[in-house]
Design a protein around this ligand. Structure first.
Ligand SMILES: NC(=O)c1ccc[n+]([C@@H]2O[C@H](COP(=O)([O-])OP(=O)(O)OC[C@H]3O[C@@H](n4cnc5c(N)ncnc54)[C@H](O)[C@@H]3O)[C@@H](O)[C@H]2O)c1
Ligand SMILES: [Zn+2]
Ligand SMILES: [Zn+2]
Length: 367
């Protein structure tokens, strides 16, 4: 067993508190990783609030980055001392995994988001001999050490700054994948990004690396819209006092949007996104409202080839997409640092508070 200090959530709605926990011995396909940095995502806060059926007390965190200390007997792709970025896990065996779409793995929900245990039901983390929820995205990285699935690890060069690239594992990969993997914009396309938070601004940056010529960012916070412009938005719309559908129509010469990325998690905004689509346009649902949320669509408006599609983690094949994102960060073409505010791990409470108030876009905890 490895004893380490983790940020634990005791019960739905409780704050993160630091506590000593024990990690299980690595199975053949697992490793012990010393965590150097971990991004905080809204999904961590959703689970901590008790809105999802993840077993609490539990250890969250799914944008970890660190250095491998020990590997299980079957691991050949990485070795102790290697630097790794952590992302979601998958089974590697089901149809979607074999097809290169591990974010749609048949076991995605229990293995990553709500199970809290390994696929065989065994616990990865205990405290005083009692099991706690772990295996979050195959990592539970709000911890000095984490027990990590091989399929959650992507090796990076030792000189890659881990505190800069940690958010690639979820938020950045999700926003970028919405544009690169789903919208795949044709030259001259116009894209609307609803919500200029961590995911939306990542979509804006990714659109800037594509042949889109019109990138419209929508938010209610002026500073976020300013940052969106800095990161590549050609137009911004403040939804506080503007009719978004009319504004998109005006900017696109009446055509509407070829692609919309919805990241606010609001069903009303989602509907607005559908109404802003051009014929054959695609709306990508990324923001996650409460379980059970529904939205109405104008059915006849959909008939001219308009599409609405959901998205998990950018539909990324992580071993391909993450190294590409890392390379773009290193060459300065994907300036993720502009979204990041760093906090010491002990200040996780402050990080969460600043994220909730909107002061910080992407907190990264450093250990
Ligand atoms: N599908 C996935 O795989 C996946 C992955 C990561 C995150 N998410 C989800 O994506 C969402 C976005 O995450 P984030 O980290 O970017 O959150 P965020 O809070 O940083 O960004 C949301 C933005 O939307 C803006 N907003 C809220 N209401 C608005 C409105 N009515 N009109 C215009 N703008 C509005 C906010 O000001 C904020 O800037 C969350 O719901 C998160 O849970 C989904
Ligand atoms: Zn996330
Ligand atoms: Zn699978």
């Amino acid at each position: 067993m490895t004893t380490t200090t983790a940020a634990i959530v005791e019960t739905g709605g409780a704050l993160f508190t630091l506590t000593d926990v024990d990690l299980d011995e690595p199975r053949p396909n697992e490793a012990i990783v010393r965590i150097i940095a971990a991004g905080v995502c809204h999904t961590d806060l959703g689970v901590a609030s008790g809105a999802l059926p993840f077993p609490l007390p539990g250890v969250l965190g799914h944008e970890g980055a660190g250095i491998i200390e020990r590997v299980g007997s079957a691991i050949t792709s990485v070795a102790p001392g290697d630097h790794v970025l952590l992302s979601f896990t998958s089974c590697g065996q089901c149809g979607n995994c074999r097809d290169g779409h591990p974010a749609y793995c048949a076991t995605w929900l229990p293995l990553n988001l709500i199970g809290g245990v390994r696929a065989d039901g065994s616990h990865t983390i205990t405290r005083g001999g009692n099991p706690v929820g772990g295996h979050f995205f195959g990592q539970s990285s709000f911890s000095h050490h984490a027990l990590v699935d091989e399929r959650s690890m992507i090796k990076v060069d030792p000189d890659v700054p881990l505190a800069t690239v940690a958010p690639l594992g979820c938020g950045v990969q999700t926003g970028a994948g919405a544009v690169w993997n789903v919208l795949r914009p044709r030259p001259g396309a116009g894209i609307v990004v609803l919500g200029a938070g961590a995911v939306g601004l990542s979509a804006v940056m990714a659109a800037g690396l594509s042949p889109t010529t019109t990138i419209i960012a929508v938010d209610k916070v002026a500073e976020r819209l300013e940052l969106a412009r800095e990161l590549g938005a050609t137009h911004v719309i403040d939804a506080t006092d503007t009719d978004v559908v009319a504004a998109v129509a005006e900017i696109t010469g009446g055509a509407g949007a070829d692609g919309v990325v919805e990241t606010t998690g609001s069903t009303a905004v989602l509907r607005t996104g559908a109404d802003a689509l051009a014929p054959r346009g695609t709306l990508v649902i990324v923001g996650a409202p409460a379980f059970g949320s529904e939205v109405a669509l104008d059915v006849n408006a959909m008939i001219p080839g308009r599409k609405v599609v959901g998205l998990t983690l950018g539909d990324s094949e992580t071993q391909t997409v993450i190294p590409a994102l890392v390379a773009l960060v290193r060459s300065g073409r994907l300036p993720v640092d502009k979204l990041i505010t760093r906090y010491a791990f002990e200040d996780i409470g402050q990080a969460v508070q600043d994220m909730t108030s909107g002061k910080t876009i992407k907190p990264v905890l450093t250990l």
